[in-house]
Design a protein around this ligand. Sequence first.
Ligand code: HEM
Ligand SMILES: *[C@@H]1O[C@H](CO)[C@@H](O)[C@H](O)[C@H]1NC(C)=O
Ligand SMILES: CC(=O)N[C@H]1CO[C@H](CO)[C@@H](O)[C@@H]1O
Length: 569
Amino acid sequence: MSFSTLLSTSKISTLLTSTASRPIDIALLSLLTLVLLKYFTSTRSRICTTPLRGPPSSSVLYGVARAIEDAPDPAVLYEEWERTYGGVYKAPFTLGMHRLVLCDPRALAHMWARDTTGYGFQPGVSLLLENIMGKGLFWAHGDTHKRQRKALSPAFSHSALRKLTHIFYDSTYNVTRSWNAILDKSGADGSIIEVQRWMGTIALDSIGLGGFSHDFRATVGDPTVHTSESEVAKIFHALGEHPSKLYRLLMLLSYAIPWVMHLPVAQNRNSWRFNSAMGEVARGLFDKVKGGDGVEEKSAIGLLIKASEAEKAGSRLTEQEVIDEMRTLLFAGYETSSISLTWALIEVSKDQNTQRLLREELSHFYEGGADPSYDELTNPTTLPTLDAVVHEVLRLHPPLPEVTRVALQDDVLPLSAPLTTASGHIVDTITIAKGTLVTTSMQYLNRSEKFWGPDAKEFKPSRWLATRQDSPEGGDGGKWEPEYAAKELHGHRHLWSFNDGPRMCLGKNFALAEFKASLSVLIRNFAFELRDPKNDAAINSADNLVRPKIAGEARIDVPLRVRRVQGRE
Ligand code: HEM
Ligand SMILES: *[C@@H]1O[C@H](CO)[C@@H](O)[C@H](O)[C@H]1NC(C)=O
Ligand SMILES: CC(=O)N[C@H]1CO[C@H](CO)[C@@H](O)[C@@H]1O
């Protein structure tokens, strides 16, 4: 079960159908859940949410959730509804629940600024997250969240990340070595390599070593043949496997009765095993930091322990807190990075021209003799094509497709454009009653024509370069705007892929440096093509995961033809 599945609660409908096979089972199961849900989650508020228009329900059980899951491109549905019903609309979801979908920039900015205080995860989701990641950042709300975030932030500063960049290169060069060995045995046509699993190894070693000085040894050897991975990595991967029927049933019930997640079923036992395995990693790290063996501690959690040791005893982190933040980093930083890297290889395989331009830029840079430093990776002017490709991949393929929150208190949302309500009134604010579910679709926001122009759905890295030359700020890369600027949107360079507000991705700069470092090594050394350009062009996200796969094939694999770049060893 992936991080993105956990956070995207419209996936309840997948849970429903994959748990029960006969319609009668589904009906009974949903009735049960519905009754429990209404009983346990009834929230009372003195005010009413403004009645809004929205798409009609296409199914009693699923609302529009199935339509969204079945759509080849859900962003198009969200976009259609936005055009028909306006910047905020009400969509029926699973089991009779409704959600407000926010597409209006002012409403978005207002709502996300109040994340963790005015808005939070639904109780069932919180419990799921707690089961897997403990009481770390994802569990925390309000002041607790602020405190945890403040403690972790220095570990993600530019000066901290500068010292981690070599890890991203090391893990990618490890993969490069393995690929060279494979290609030594193949002819001029190169070899078909399932790249997704390999990108996972880079992401795992990067977060293991960079996050908490643990070497998962994922990039050592071939992940498809044998595994030299650590015990922790094995348990971690077992956790990511498709949950059993029983567990899916519990997940479903947990939306109504959270404590069912404490039952000792296999998946839960795995979570507990994972916790104790991570405990050992943490203890090792504690000892290493305290022992001061002369080696400078650079990992995020290592720095955290060091800082808290330096403070007076009272403010020290407990061992459990350290373990929980480690689990959080692993879940937040592994699959997201792996998915992004995989999509990048797919997009440059489809767009050979961009791949060639990128390789030229990188080879030219590399004549200087060294891999780009952290600052060179971060500055968009140093390697503009690399920067553009990376942002274009994040725009088109956000690893988290959507996020949902529940209003923890009554609120009034301001709007950028007036809206017609269900009763025909025109309003410029919307009242939100406590308990209302609010959804933001990253897929919609970063791909809608309203924000990105008529070519919004195309892979077109040049949109990130277009206005650079005439930017009044000159060399200051952060000020550059995309051509058809989604200027009204907050978020990282107007992209919503990292979310916005107090819970905006903490690992953003870590992720960008890792993404750029790894991609630059891979593109400089290897050429990528689709395995079968005629039939493999349709690559989409696997059902309820956002991992890419070839359309129509069962396995969540991305086989690409890989060749060595001419003249390189
Ligand atoms: C391309 C890669 C990544 C993307 C697109 C991404 C995206 C996101 C998003 C959308 C959220 C907010 C989730 C929500 O509010 O429900 C988030 C939170 C978070 N991310 Fe990332 N992430 C990426 C990589 C990473 C990496 C590599 C790390 C760690 C090194 C990381 C650490 C975190 C943490 C700790 C949070 C929780 C922040 C909080 O609760 O305050 N992420 N990420
Ligand atoms: C690269 O591989 C070596 C063993 O060949 C291993 O010791 C090292 O930890 C790996 N580096 C990374 C960053 O995974
Ligand atoms: C995360 C996600 O769903 N991204 C989608 C964005 O849109 C493209 C193009 O339709 C999809 O392939 C991605 O899966």
